[in-house]
Design a protein around this ligand. Structure first.
Ligand code: FAD
Length: 472
């Protein structure tokens, strides 16, 4: 039984139809927990509107009734942002039926899509007109454009193309009172005051419901080369990325750093992968160069860059992928880390960023502080080094009890976040705050920033019905 009044339920049914309303407990289940089962909530109903007008009508009805809404896309977020609380009084508003590609304007290099379009479908639509939509991440087969915007998703190509914030030109948003803001402008220049779209990008559903977006397209990639390079230290990675950037400019599209511990976990637990080198090395980077020209001289550039790196002792060994299969095999070593770590017991995940130049010091100091306070913890550090973004994850010491390790989670988090703050970093580089980092943000963000955020929330959503209990 839904906790909503019969009148409200009937009014919502009239808006979204039977196909858009779920109140059956069993059918609601997949909307009430995240894919890892880390967060679970209850809801009065799940609504699946099929158009912006339907979203607006739903939001109006819920605003009048004082019912809170939890926007949800592909439900792949990592911070519990799309999961309702356990009161059973909130409604999950799933955007997954809004999946139209509204327009492709090749002349303007833009595509206009609805919030429920799956990222992979957006990439395919861009490819059909010979263009690239560059956002790429592990969940691209299930995450949606609305969720990507609401979390300002990053991924593996931020180095060259930026975050979702950099890829969006315009938004359509249903405001908390049900009015529709049509900001679907495909303009690269528009200096007519505050750039309102940026309030909604990264707001994790707390300021309004994103229903559509105008996004940038880029020339398709026609040449690609990928290398796996062994390094002595994170400092070498920072030096190498600087050299490769000077040499290759925008052709440098990927630069992923991995510790030996991360790679060892993948080699141990992921089938079909192998170590490209006979010897173990302390650190690795995966380098990707790409170009819009077919047969661009990328291998030559790579060889030139690596040649210098070997002479200076910055690189220890390297392999360059000779086929598409080898490219996939190298990426599998990088993309398998998160899954592999799950096989080693509970893992504590920290998605931090610091200025690129501070990465080596951050790793050295944080490793030392952790080993002193929690001897034997296994540090699984990897990430998008060009963005200063490290997934600084921790696995329990060999032989330790799960429960004893989990009891240390908060203390471990504080060691890591204290160091992050020391190096002028962020405690959430790309996954958002959601439920999991909301309280930590209260501690680690500047009081004035928190006050300004709360004031913006108060102005746009005075009744607090947009995704309450998340972010703020
Ligand atoms: P959901 O999980 O459904 O929602 C996420 C948040 O956005 C919630 O707060 C929700 O309320 C809000 N929201 C959703 N839709 C809307 C809307 N239309 N309007 C307003 N608010 C909305 N992230 C990265 O940045 N980089 C990565 O490399 C990366 N890799 C990942 C790899 C894997 C395997 C997985 C599972 C996740 C990864 N993520 C990564 C997390 C990433 O945030 C999500 O995959 C994605 O961006 C969220 O999209 P979604 O549609 O699943 O949103």
């Amino acid at each position: 039984m839904s906790g909503l009044s019969d009148d409200l339920l009937q009014a919502l049914r009239e808006v979204v139809g039977e196909a858009g309303l779920i109140t059956d407990a069993e059918r609601m289940q997949s909307y009430l927990s995240d894919w890892r089962g880390a967060y679970r909530g209850q809801a009065a109903a799940v609504l699946r509107p099929a158009s912006t007008e339907e979203v607006a009508a739903v939001v109006r009805l819920c605003a009048q009734a004082g019912v809170a809404l939890v926007p949800q896309g592909g439900n792949t977020g990592l911070c519990g942002g799309s999961i309702p609380d356990d009161s059973g009084a909130q409604i999950v508003l799933s955007l997954t039926r809004m999946k139209r590609i509204r327009a492709v304007d090749v002349g303007n290099e833009t595509i206009t899509v609805e919030a429920g379009v799956i990222l992979q479908q957006l990439q395919e639509a861009a490819a059909e007109v010979g263009r690239l939509f560059p956002l790429s991440l592990g969940a691209e087969g299930s995450c949606t454009v609305g969720g990507n915007l609401a979390t300002n998703a990053g991924g593996t190509a931020v180095l060259r193309y930026g975050n979702m914030r950099d890829l969006a030109l315009g938004l359509e948003v249903v405001m908390p009172d049900g009015r529709i803001w049509d900001g679907l402008r495909g303009l690269r220049k528009d200096n007519t005051g505050y750039d309102l779209k940026h309030l909604f990008i990264g707001s994790e559903g707390t300021l309004g419901i994103i229903t559509a977006a105008v996004l940038k397209l880029f020339p398709a990639v026609r040449s690609l080369t990928t290398a796996w390079v062994a390094l002595p230290s994170p400092q070498a990675a920072v030096e190498l990325i600087g050299q490769m950037r000077s040499l290759c400019g925008d052709r440098l599209t990927g630069f992923e750093l991995m510790s030996r511990q991360s790679v060892e976990f993948v080699l141990r637990h992921v089938t079909g992968v192998s170590d490209p080198f006979a010897d173990a090395h302390p650190w690795y980077v995966l380098i990707e160069l790409s170009d819009t020209q077919p047969n661009a001289p990328l291998n030559e550039l790579l060889e030139q860059g690596l040649g210098t790196a070997f002479e200076q002792g910055v690189a220890l060994d390297a392999v360059v992928a000779a086929s598409d299969a080898q490219v996939r095999a190298l990426w599998a070593l990088r993309e398998g880390i998160s899954e592999a770590q799950n096989h080693e017991g509970p893992s504590l995940k920290h998605d931090i960023s610091v200025p690129v130049s501070r990465i080596p010091d951050f790793i050295a100091r944080t490793d030392a502080a952790l080993q002193q306070a929690f001897p034997g913890v296994r540090i699984v550090a990897y990430g998008h080094v060009g963005d200063g973004n490290l997934h600084y994850n921790i696995s329990k010491p060999i032989g330790a009890e799960d429960a004893a390790f989990k009891a240390q989670a908060e203390a471990i988090m504080h060691v890591i976040y204290d160091q992050t703050l020391h190096y002028a970093g962020s405690i959430s580089a790309e996954h958002g705050l959601g439920q999991s980092k909301r309280l930590a943000a209260q501690h680690y963000k500047a009081p004035l920033e928190l006050e300004l955020m709360a004031r913006v929330k108060q102005v746009l959503d005075p009744a607090g019905l947009m995704n309450p209990g998340k972010l703020l």
